[in-house]
Design a protein around this ligand. Structure first.
Ligand code: FAD
Ligand code: SF4
Ligand code: SF4
Length: 396
């Protein structure tokens, strides 16, 4: 892809104002583009009154004849013999999309010694499971994983590919999208199929102030990464389904520029809130770090993990690993108790799909009550200890 200014440029400067990256300047009364700064966004092309800016677009893999219609694929992210939880969530969502799109649902499993995972995946109502099993794929590495996916996407032409917006998914799906020259919507929180059969991909935009719905109309496959814990997981069935399709791939070592040295697991000294069934979260209404003991006491009583709003984290009252929300963790517990949290859209983005939400806030107009299953208007320093007392009484 390239961009150039034609001789017909009149030096009107309109493109200079339109360029969001300040990549254009005037030189001898003609526009000139600094190719090191230009991101090829195309904004200048649109505004030039004499069509003096020419940008060549790379040829897409898909054209209007739509050859990509071989189903919905879920990337079967796994590590050390364990499937990522988001895979089962994506299968759950994929089953809904499949009904609307009327195309098969498959998982693509890339790894080494994956037989047990294949067996497990057969319990989720899939049409097929594509497996690439090779010693080189034992540990995740961007390049060989992307090479595998690129190869089978080009051969088998799926309509849609979904992956978790996890460290792995975020890292290598963008590489795959670039290799096959298609679009990718990252960090989606909602998916749907339009009447035209296109994938609607919804994600927070502009700092979470709006939800943007994105469609990839002209390129295939349509690719999206989806935040873990946003979609409901598929139900495990006793019956087995899914044709197992094993694919051989010859790797070219010279295309792999990194060496795997070792895997270092993160050491967690607290409960991982993304795995917890119950979470009690505190916000700015807690007032100071010492007051978090009120929240911790309730959490202990009901076997919950402790979460927090960004305001509490930014104030330094509790570490970042507890933050729930757009720039923190997305959680989907059975019970979420929000104490002294107003319910800003960025916080809701991380917890609104919880099964039951209890909100305790002294402001009856706090937006958190709009998503709460049970709302308690009151001072958390009275309500929470009263709850703890009652729980202890019931137990005894
Ligand atoms: P406030 O909005 O100040 O609310 C405090 C609430 O406590 C009030 O409703 C008040 O009525 C109540 N209260 C006070 N005292 C008591 C009491 N004694 N008893 C009961 N109630 C009481 N926020 C997140 O949480 N997570 C994110 O990931 C996140 N990401 C963001 C990303 C971006 C790009 C931006 C711009 C913002 C983000 N935010 C995030 C910040 C978000 O916009 C809010 O500022 C934040 O969630 C507010 O936190 P809060 O509800 O604890 O505080
Ligand atoms: Fe600026 Fe975008 Fe034009 Fe490049 S393509 S010069 S970044 S407006
Ligand atoms: Fe030249 Fe077009 Fe830019 Fe005007 S808008 S300076 S005519 S390239």
């Amino acid at each position: 892809m390239g961009i150039k200014i034609l001789e017909t440029c009149t030096g009107c400067s309109v493109c200079i104002d339109a360029c969001p990256f300040s990549a254009i300047s005037l030189c001898n009364e003609k526009a000139e583009i600094d190719l090191n700064t230009c991101t090829l966004c195309g904004a200048c092309v649109e505004v030039c009154p004499v069509e003096a800016i020419q940008m060549d677009k790379q040829e897409a893999l898909i054209t209007s004849e739509k050859p990509f219609s071989n189903g919905i694929w879920v990337f079967g992210e796994q590590r050390h013999g364990r499937l990522a939880g988001v895979v089962i969530e994506l299968i759950g969502e994929g089953l809904k999309l499949k009904e609307k799109l009327n195309e098969p649902l498959s998982v693509v499993l890339v790894g080494y010694n994956t037989d047990k995972l294949v067996e497990e995946l057969q319990h989720y109502g899939l049409d097929s499971i594509y497996v690439i099993d090779d010693p080189l794929l034992e540990e995740f590495q961007d390049e060989p994983y992307a090479e595998c996916l690129e190869k089978i996407v080009k051969e088998l032409k799926p309509s849609i590919i979904l992956a978790g917006a996890t460290t792995i998914g975020r890292s290598f799906m963008s590489r795959v999208a670039a290799k096959i020259r298609t679009g990718l919507t990252a960090d989606c929180t909602g998916l749907n199929i339009t009447d035209e059969g296109l994938l609607e991909q919804t994600r927070p935009a502009f700092g979470g102030n709006i939800m943007a719905t994105i469609i990839c109309r002209n390129y295939r496959p349509q690719m999206a990464t989806v935040r873990p814990k946003v979609m409901k997981p598929a139900t495990r069935r006793d019956s087995l389904s899914g044709e197992i399709i094993r694919i051989k791939h010859e790797f070219s070592r010279e295309n792999i520029h990194t060496d795997f040295k070792s895997f270092v697991a993160e050491i967690m000294d607290t409960v991982n809130i993304t795995e917890a069934d119950i979470i009690v979260s505190g916000g700015r209404g807690i007032g100071c770090p010492e007051n978090f003991k009120v929240i911790e006491e309730l959490a202990r009583e009901i076997g919950a993990a402790v979460g927090a709003s960004r305001a509490a984290v930014d104030a330094g009252w509790i570490p970042y690993s507890h933050q729930v929300g757009q720039t923190g963790k997305t959680v989907c517990p059975k019970l979420y108790i929000a104490c002294g949290i107003s319910g800003a859209i960025q916080h809701l983005a991380g917890m609104s799909s919880s099964d039951v939400i209890v909100a305790i806030n002294k402001d009856p107009d706090a937006p958190i009550f709009n998503v709460a299953t049970i709302g308690i208007v009151g001072d958390l320093f009275q309500v929470v200890p009263a709850l703890v007392k009652e729980l202890k009484r019931c137990r005894s």
